[in-house]
Design a protein around this ligand. Structure first.
Ligand code: NAD
Length: 333
């Protein structure tokens, strides 16, 4: 549906869980965006969000997408529902902010991009790390050549979520650490180095977490970038304790290095300068939604688009293939 010129963008929330509620809160604080409707299959979540944000409340994403109440939709559903919801939203003419990962399979990814292209709507993928102030600073420094040519990137995402929803560790629903956490790493590294990941060699550790079926709880990947730089990405996600996440990244170029603790700090040393900055406040989610709204209003591609989501998905699929075969695998072009 085409938003009326100058009128607020009417946003719907498909999936009012952990992320849907945070997005609704950040969107409600933005001028020019109205949270008009939400959908959640869980009656308690639905009632809580309805009480906080008002608007229409539906029990399924299908009803929300068909409702004609909204111009744009945030999709924060379990991963196995991403493709169906995104394609239906595009067909209904809705602009889409789809949380990462794009989806689970290449066939789904192709289908989403084709539906969006056909409908002429905007698709943004929720790679929220790009909107953190310390990562945006690192990107500016790298793009300006302050670190010289990147030679190595070392990325770590170690997390725990004892109270996380069951589907996080259900492989059939698209759970597991590769889908939940590593897409952030694949996207932020390619973005920071301005160079796609072209080759991976991976190991994955699987074990049962909730129920009997094993799921990937940790993975370690050696990476090669198109520009020749190399790197590693390691991630884990467990439930047995409630710990602070460790989300750390180091990148070295020929003339300097940057060290980032995501959500916390950045430290830089180059030929010309050395500085440390600690973050005190950062509305990264507000920045993500503001970019989505601006892309709709300015009729342009968002800064993080469906092709970025598709690229991270192809890396994730190559990681699985490499872990299965024990061989290095080229990422599908
Ligand atoms: N960018 C980030 O930093 C970040 C952080 C956490 C999660 N995420 C992503 O956000 C998305 C949602 O994750 P979450 O942590 O909020 O999960 P969640 O389980 O808390 O939320 C999903 C919600 O979808 C609802 N739901 C399930 N089936 C439905 C249906 N058919 N119709 C309507 N609602 C339905 C569930 O009841 C639940 O409330 C995922 O893609 C996840 O990877 C991103």
């Amino acid at each position: 549906m085409e938003a009326v010129e100058g009128a607020p963008i009417r946003l719907g929330i498909a999936g009012g869980g952990i992320m849907g509620e945070r997005i609704a809160e950040a969107a409600a604080a933005l001028p020019g965006v109205d949270v008009r409707a939400l959908a959640d299959a869980n009656a308690d979540s639905r009632a809580r969000l309805h009480e906080r944000f008002g608007g229409a409340a539906f029990a399924s994403w299908e009803e929300l997408v068909a409702s004609e109440e909204i111009d744009a939709v945030y999709i924060g559903l379990p991963h196995h529902l991403h493709a169906a919801a995104a394609c239906a939203a595009a067909e209904a003419g809705l602009h889409i902010l789809l949380d990462k990962p794009l989806c689970n399979t290449l066939e789904e990814g192709d289908r989403i991009l084709a539906a969006v292209e056909r409908a002429g709507v905007r698709l943004m993928v929720g790679f929220s790390h790009r909107f953190h102030v310390e990562l945006a600073t690192a990107r500016r420094l790298l793009a300006a050549g302050e670190l010289g040519d990147p030679v190595v990137a070392v990325d770590t995402i170690v997390d725990s979520a004892p109270g996380g929803p069951g589907w996080y560790w259900d492989a059939a629903a698209g759970g597991g650490v590769v889908q939940l956490q590593m897409h952030h790493s694949f996207d932020r590294l390619a973005w920071l180095l301005d160079s796609p990941i072209v080759r991976v060699q991976a190991s994955i550790h699987e074990r049962p977490v909730r129920g009997d079926a094993p799921v990937d709880v940790s993975a370690a990947v050696a990476l090669t970038f198109a520009n020749g730089a190399v790197g590693t990405s390691a991630a884990s996600f467990v439930t047995g304790y409630d710990g602070d996440g460790i989300v750390e990244l180091a990148i070295q170029g020929t003339h300097g290095h940057v060290r980032i603790e995501t959500w916390q700090s950045i430290a830089v040393q180059t030929t010309r300068s050395a500085f440390d900055q600690r973050q005190r406040r950062d509305d990264w989610l507000g920045a993500e939604i503001a970019e989505f709204a601006a892309a709709i209003r300015e009729r342009r591609e968002p800064s993080v688009n469906g092709r970025d989501g598709h690229r991270a998905l192809r890396v994730a699929l190559a990681v699985r293939e490499s872990a299965r075969s024990g061989m290095a695998v080229d990422v599908a072009p």
